[in-house]
Write a protein that binds this ligand. Sequence first.
Ligand SMILES: Cc1cc2nc3c(=O)[nH]c(=O)nc-3n(C[C@H](O)[C@H](O)[C@H](O)COP(=O)(O)O)c2cc1C
Length: 217
Amino acid sequence: MAGQPLNIADIRKDYILAALDEEIAGEDPIVFFRQWFTEAEAAEITEINAMTLATVDANSAPHARIVLLKGLDASGFTFYTNYDSAKGTELSANPHVALLFFWKELERQVRIEGVIEKVAREESDSYFNSRPVGSRLGAWASPQSRPIAARNILDANYARYEQEFSSIEIPRPLHWGGYRVLPTRIEFWQGRASRMHDRILFSKDGAGNWERSRLAP
Ligand SMILES: Cc1cc2nc3c(=O)[nH]c(=O)nc-3n(C[C@H](O)[C@H](O)[C@H](O)COP(=O)(O)O)c2cc1C
């Protein structure tokens, strides 16, 4: 209720579910990420592919928002967006990014840092064509991150593109596509009792091999 003090400082939770040992983490963080992702799926966590994406703009100011992980292979983590959005502009100025997953039901966090590349046009086409019609029209209708005077402008844009593409396959707009984060650091965090959490970090060395270490919580 308005006026009631918020006891934010009193909110705390002890983490008790699991431990993270080096043998469990193994040698390859992508393989281990897949294992944790599979476990998150099995735990029926909703929106497990939602991740915070942090970017840095040309003035070194950070910006963060959620995007959805849509692909993962040995080279990296893929998401899709508008290349002309604020994040697209920031990524043109500075390709360094951080990704963050928080699967609270498993008391787990994964931090990923690396640089970005655009995915191949064919890969973006293929994913775009797999999206529902409404999402494909939305990619045309929304000038993402730009000011708009009112929602009905979006609705009008949507209706215009719906009409324009009523009898043809909706093409992918060139300003919309994928980015792949090529990781150089991946840290797995498992909450533990008394704030004695486990943190296993994988860092890429100069030769491109993963080195594993443990960090204090
Ligand atoms: C659960 C969730 C999933 C989202 N997924 C995406 C996504 O995959 N791609 C995207 O461009 N924006 C996505 N968004 C919207 C972004 O958080 C953000 O509002 C938008 O990309 C504009 O960001 P920008 O102005 O920093 O470029 C998502 C938001 C939420 C809350």
